[in-house]
Design a protein around this ligand. Structure first.
Ligand SMILES: Cc1cc2nc3c(=O)[nH]c(=O)nc-3n(C[C@H](O)[C@H](O)[C@H](O)COP(=O)(O)OP(=O)(O)OC[C@H]3O[C@@H](n4cnc5c(N)ncnc54)[C@H](O)[C@@H]3O)c2cc1C
Length: 492
């Protein structure tokens, strides 16, 4: 085993426990990876009375979770939602998540999470993570430099979701000015490991798992300073080693669409090793093509009032869908070729540098200068849009009236958001090991792989096709907790 990125052509085949000469260390529960899912698994397993050891490949734990913006998708009537005057209940949250995270969303996991989301809020805040009791208005956006606690981080207000479920804001951002809320959250949680009696061993890269003659996972091989160690897990191994956005071979094999996105969101550890370890003992990897793909043009909030068109100059969705849903639609259906039309009233310096494809005093001039759309198509699209906007109803995609104004003030401009010209498309993977909500890893027949648990991006969680900001940290911390409890509960 080396530190080079593992290739995708074979799973990390398990070592036979009979071949282990020396067990260098042991614990009841061994957690592979000290990010958001790992720390929560460790704390819960320890609370349940297990001796816990966390193995982390980096020089300190935290992982991608410590790089995150600190948004957790929670709802169903959390104290923060109530403090900000919003009503919500688990059923509305469930309906929204099933609709927005599919097709292929894990309805069982979503159900459990929605029922326990308020409890999860209390667990996270009880561990010391603060949320400012204020709401960020939707017109301001989702990623601003404020420390407001609550905001919309999905498409709850957009059609068709606003008709499927009663909208409520569910993005809960840990209180920290600027972009370090994920780091603050992780430092707060990590600081509790040692006092709780959890051991953490860093600079320890794990691969493969060790299983006994009955197929039970009983430990893990780890490399420490170039030396191989065998670490025994008396009750279970919890894989919380993140996703695979930094493994090009795996992306090419499982997620070639995501592979095309250049800005990859994740720490170095997101190389798929954890997923491959699980596959090496028969764990099934599912929804491997699923990814959060973001096209962040709406950081300029008023650009949502613009008109998004595809390579043939036609609208393809409502512009007020959330940026990660738009990213998926733009990549999967439009081949990453999307463009934004604005008029002079809407145009302002884009927050992220964006190339201008064309400028024109009329729609016809704009279309001619762009020189990529079939003749008349852009003009037709914009005239139709303006007629709808003037009448106050988007007859094609039902964009909310708050974002609907005719483009009436020349000059008009086309911003080039295509994958080739707009480097801010970004992505991380959502596919991983097939697990029960408890974290138990399943094989291709749906049977439990004994002794093995997975959580966070190491597993396929709640979302499949369709992502809302905050869902990954919510899923990682919550699924980590459940996996920790389940692993600790095993007795021979
Ligand atoms: C800039 C940025 C902002 C983001 N903001 C948000 C947000 O606000 N809300 C949200 O929900 N999501 C956000 N995300 C996504 C989210 O942070 C991740 O999807 C999530 O943190 C994954 O958590 P995890 O516990 O599964 O993995 P991680 O937190 O990455 O933890 C995995 C750990 O395992 C370790 N590891 C890997 N392989 C091994 C091995 N073989 N042996 C030992 N250790 C190993 C890694 O080093 C790492 O510490 C953001 C991502 C980025 C990059």
């Amino acid at each position: 085993m080396s530190e080079t990125t593992p290739d995708a052509s074979h799973a990390a085949h398990a070592r036979d426990a009979a071949d282990v000469k020396t067990w260098h260390r042991e614990a009841d529960v061994v957690v592979v990876g000290g990010g958001g899912a790992g720390v929560c698994a460790a704390l819960e397993a320890r609370d349940a009375g297990a001796e816990v050891l966390v193995l982390e490949r980096a020089w300190k734990p935290g992982g991608t979770s410590a790089q995150a913006s600190g948004q957790l998708y929670m709802g169903g009537g959390t104290p923060l939602q109530k403090a900000c005057g919003f009503e919500d209940d688990p059923e509305e949250m469930y309906k929204y998540l099933v609709a927005s995270c599919g097709p292929g969303a894990d309805e069982e996991k979503i159900r459990v999470y929605c029922e326990r989301s308020v409890e999860h809020y209390h667990w996270i805040t009880g561990r010391g993570v603060p949320f400012k009791q204020t709401f960020l208005p939707v017109e301001v956006g989702t990623d601003p430099d404020t420390d407001d606690g609550l905001s919309y981080t999905g498409s709850e207000l957009a059609y068709p979701f606003c008709e499927i479920a009663k909208p409520a804001p569910r993005g809960h951002t840990a209180q920290q000015e600027g972009e370090n809320a994920g780091l603050m959250m992780m430092e707060t949680l990590l600081a509790q490991l040692e006092p709780a009696g959890v051991s953490v061993q860093c600079d320890t890269i794990c691969e493969p798992l060790i299983s006994d003659h009955e197929g039970r996972v009983v430990g893990v091989v780890a490399t420490v300073n170039g030396e191989e160690q065998c670490i025994r897990a008396r009750r279970g191994v919890v894989l919380t080693a993140g996703g695979y956005i930094h493994n090009k071979a795996m992306l090419e094999r499982y997620a070639p669409v995501t592979r095309r996105v250049r800005f990859r969101l994740g720490c170095d550890g997101d190389d798929g090793r954890g997923i491959r370890m699980g596959m090496g003992v028969g764990g099934d990897a599912i929804r491997m093509e699923a990814a959060c793909i973001v096209v962040p043009f709406s950081r300029n909030r008023q650009f949502v009032k613009g008109v998004l068109v595809n390579a043939v100059g036609q609208r393809f969705c409502a512009e007020d869908l959330y940026q990660s849903l738009l990213g998926e639609i733009g990549m999967w259906r439009e081949d990453g070729k999307i463009y934004l039309v604005l008029d002079d009233a809407l145009y302002e310096q884009p927050q992220l540098p964006t190339e201008i494809l064309a400028v024109g005093e009329s729609f016809a001039e704009l279309e001619a200068e762009a020189a990529i759309f079939p003749q008349g198509s852009l003009v037709h699209t914009l005239e139709t849009y303006n007629r709808d906007a003037a009448a106050g109803a988007d007859t094609l995609f039902h964009k909310d009236a708050r974002w609907l104004d005719p483009l009436a003030k020349p000059p008009y401009v086309v911003l080039d958001l295509s994958l080739e010209k707009y480097p801010f498309w970004s992505a991380f993977t959502l596919g991983g090991l097939h697990t029960r909500p408890t974290g138990e890893v399943l094989d291709a027949d749906g049977e439990v792989v004994p002794g093995l648990y997975a959580a966070g991006r190491n597993a396929s969680g709640m979302p499949a096709h369709g992502y809302n900001s905050g869902l990954s940290l919510a899923d990682a911390t919550f699924s980590g907790r459940l996996a920790g409890v389940a692993a600790a509960a095993h007795t021979d």
